[in-house]
Design a protein around this ligand. Structure first.
Ligand code: C2E
Ligand code: CA
Ligand code: CA
Length: 652
């Protein structure tokens, strides 16, 4: 606050005006504390003066007038006593301050007039009492009116002015001395008072500023700077508040819903178009999500490309799911980035309170699990967390516990399934498939324990253990047969794992050209650029790369063109109806693509001779499936290799 401002504030305080409403109310509240003392003091002083003049002056001056004044003081004191400044508007406080200033004039004139009129009735002692009465009363009034300087000033000017005139006209040098002395003291007091009042105004202003800064800090601490949406901290505070309110009401309508949304293709957009474009996508996403915010819906950015939504008092799961559906569709609309358009898409997970969980963490984890489910199985949609998921979580936890306690090297082994070249009728490659027999849970299918290992951060050690086993077994294979090994979608995203894979291959002394690594699309989705670099590195060593389960993803074609691949494995899901028109056309389209790009196409999951013949007719050279050979331990596989040509055996 500058000196100029302070002066203006001071003036506005002395002559009440309403530049600062907060200061007005505070000023009134402080004044209220002093006013009853002021009236009590006036009354006592007046009664004392009336008493000393009782026998000397007429009754109307020593009884009537003082009684009326004391009565007036009492009425005013009671009136002030009942006022409630906290409930007052600034304008009302201001009006009362102005009225009080005016009333001060009336009181000053009445009291000083009355006191001086008594001087004509007594001797020197009584006249001395009048001088004392005027001096101490005016000093006391100035004290009590600290928070209304204009009133204090009026009292001083009127009372001391009249007193000075009176004393000078009386010609009595003692009284003139008393009057001048009193005038000097009161002027100094008014000066001190205005200084104090200035300090008071500054205090009020700095408190208001501190409060404003505090509120601003609070707002910033709760806002995401990029999107302007509330942030993670605010989201969890709201969540805690909703849980507390719902737990307290415990009624049937005590439910609410928590949803998490995550962009499906944010990372590739960020990698391809740069961070500024990524920020633009997040801003636009924030803007679209913000349109859903209301007093019943809280929307927040939780971090990265993850957003949270709280639906308060959700009437039903259907209502919450419908809102999530609308949010997903809103986020699916393409975003314009300069000349180009991108469609980041989004998936969601939804959990209901209290059925999915009563604690904030539990509820959030359930929504997160549902989101994970969407990402894996129904991208672009929202999954509602259900009892089925709860059971799956429990089963998964059992697998996780067993996996963490397992002696992996002893409990895991590899089985191998042959891939046949139908032109030469020879096995070209064997695919390594992991087998885990847990002493607690028995046989656990690989897709299950791999998923758990991914989730609990054990995938790096599991992959390397399995790869070393597979490489050791592969040393027993005839040199013309290669080894195909499955990588988890997390493996390529970790440069540490990629380096460890290269080291394991080098240590095994197996020719890297005999090794194929199978990847799924999820691996590429996770971090396309990272995956591309890792693939380039692995291929530089001679390792081949196969895209597994091809056709099950939703944007496979995108990747095939942009990645250096060697093989494509057509998902076994297409083999069931490979003889139908649709099945035929899907398989032949994929095979055409392979031919155009110079890749080997491998048909997976061949179980019957009809399927084998169908894919062969469509020009598929490489096949894999139970019909060709079951996954089996290396020793059994090697025994089987000695039994002669596969196709002849099948035909026979
Ligand atoms: P995948 O890579 O697609 O492996 C082929 C799966 O299909 C294997 O299941 C195999 O036993 C099965 N299969 C082969 N021929 C046929 C057939 O004719 N009909 C049918 N219905 N199924 C057939 P498995 O061994 O249960 O493995 C399941 C998945 O687990 C694998 O799918 C792969 O994604 C994953 N997996 C297996 N071993 C490993 C591993 O060592 N590391 C990683 N990261 N994943 C693995
Ligand atoms: Ca595979
Ligand atoms: Ca496969």
């Amino acid at each position: 606050m500058t000196a100029f401002h302070v002066r203006r504030e001071l003036l506005s305080g002395i002559v009440p005006s309403c530049t600062d409403p907060e200061a007005c109310i505070r000023q009134f509240a402080e004044l209220q504390k002093q006013i009853p003392s002021l009236y009590a003091l006036l009354s006592v002083n007046a009664l004392a003066l009336a008493f000393t003049h009782f026998a000397l002056a007429p009754a109307w001056l020593t009884v009537g007038f003082p009684a009326a004044m004391v009565g007036l003081c009492a009425v005013r004191a009671v009136h002030w006593w009942h006022l409630r400044p906290q409930a007052m508007s600034a304008a009302e406080a201001l009006n009362r301050l102005r009225a009080t200033s005016l009333l001060t004039i009336l009181f000053s004139v009445l009291f000083v007039g009355w006191a001086l009129s008594l001087t004509t009735f007594g001797g020197p002692f009584e006249q001395g009492h009048v001088a004392i009465f005027v001096a101490i009363t005016v000093v006391a009034c100035i004290f009590c009116l600290t928070h209304l300087p204009v009133a204090a000033l009026l009292v001083t000017v009127i009372v001391i002015g009249v007193f000075l005139i009176h004393c000078f006209t009386s010609g009595n040098s003692v009284f003139i001395a008393i009057a001048l002395n009193t005038a000097f003291v009161t002027v100094v007091m008014v000066r001190i008072l205005t200084n104090n009042f200035l300090a008071f105004l500054q205090l009020v202003a700095s408190k208001a500023e501190a409060q404003r800064l505090g509120e601003e800090n609070q707002r910033l601490a709760h806002t995401d700077s990029l999107t302007g949406l509330p942030n993670r901290r605010y989201f969890f505070q709201r969540l805690d508040a909703l849980i507390a309110a719902s737990a307290a009401s415990a009624g049937s309508d005590a439910s609410f819903a928590l949803a998490i949304f995550d962009l499906d293709r944010f990372k590739p957009i960020n990698d391809t178009f740069g961070h500024t474009a990524g920020d633009r996508v997040l801003e636009e996403t924030g803007r679209r999500l913000g349109a859903f915010a209301s007093d019943r819906v809280t929307v927040a950015r939780l971090g990265g490309d993850e957003f949270g939504v709280l639906i308060h008092a959700a009437a039903s799961a259907d209502e919450a799911a419908a809102l999530c559906g609308r949010i997903c569709s809103a986020l699916h609309a393409p975003i314009q980035l300069g000349e180009t358009q991108v469609a980041p898409g989004c998936s969601g997970g939804l959990a209901l309170y209290p059925s999915a969980g009563r604690a904030a963490d539990a509820l959030f984890d359930r929504a997160d699990y549902a989101l994970y489910h969407s990402k894996e199985r129904k991208r672009g949609a929202t999954t509602l967390f259900s009892q089925e998921h709860e059971d799956a979580i429990r089963a998964e936890r059992a697998v996780e516990t067993a996996l963490q306690a397992a002696d992996l090297a002893a409990e895991m082994e590899m089985h191998y399934q042959p891939i046949l070249d139908t032109v030469t009728d020879r096995i070209t490659t064997v695919e390594a498939l992991a087998r885990w027999t847990s002493p607690k849970l028995g046989r656990v299918p690989p897709d299950r324990f791999i998923a758990v290992a991914e989730r609990c951060g054990m995938i790096h050690s599991v992959t390397l253990l399995l790869l070393r086993k597979a490489l050791a077994d592969a040393a027993r294979l005839p040199p013309e047969i290669g080894l195909s090994f499955n990588l988890s979608s997390h493996d390529l995203a970790s440069s540490e794992t990629v380096v460890a894979i290269l080291a394991a291959v080098r240590q095994s002394r197996l020719d890297p050209r005999r090794i194929t690594l199978e990847l799924t699309e999820t691996a590429l989705m996770r971090d396309f650029e990272g995956a591309r670099q890792a693939i380039t590195l692995l291929r530089a060593l001679g390792i081949k790369i196969a895209l597994d389960d091809f056709g099950t993803g939703y944007s496979s074609l995108n990747y095939v063109h942009r990645l250096p691949l060697d093989r494509i494995k057509i998902d076994r899901g297409f083999m069931a109806d490979v003889d139908s028109d649709l099945g035929r056309s899907v398989v032949s389209t994929i095979l055409d693509l392979c031919q155009n790009l110079g890749l080997d196409g491998i048909a997976e999951g061949i179980e019957t001779t009809e399927q084998l013949n169908a894919v062969r007719r469509q020009g598929c050279r490489y096949v894999q499936g139970y019909l060709i050979g079951m996954p089996q331990p290396m020793t059994e596989l090697l025994d089987g290799l000695g039994t002669g040509p596969v196709l002849v055996r099948i035909a026979g």
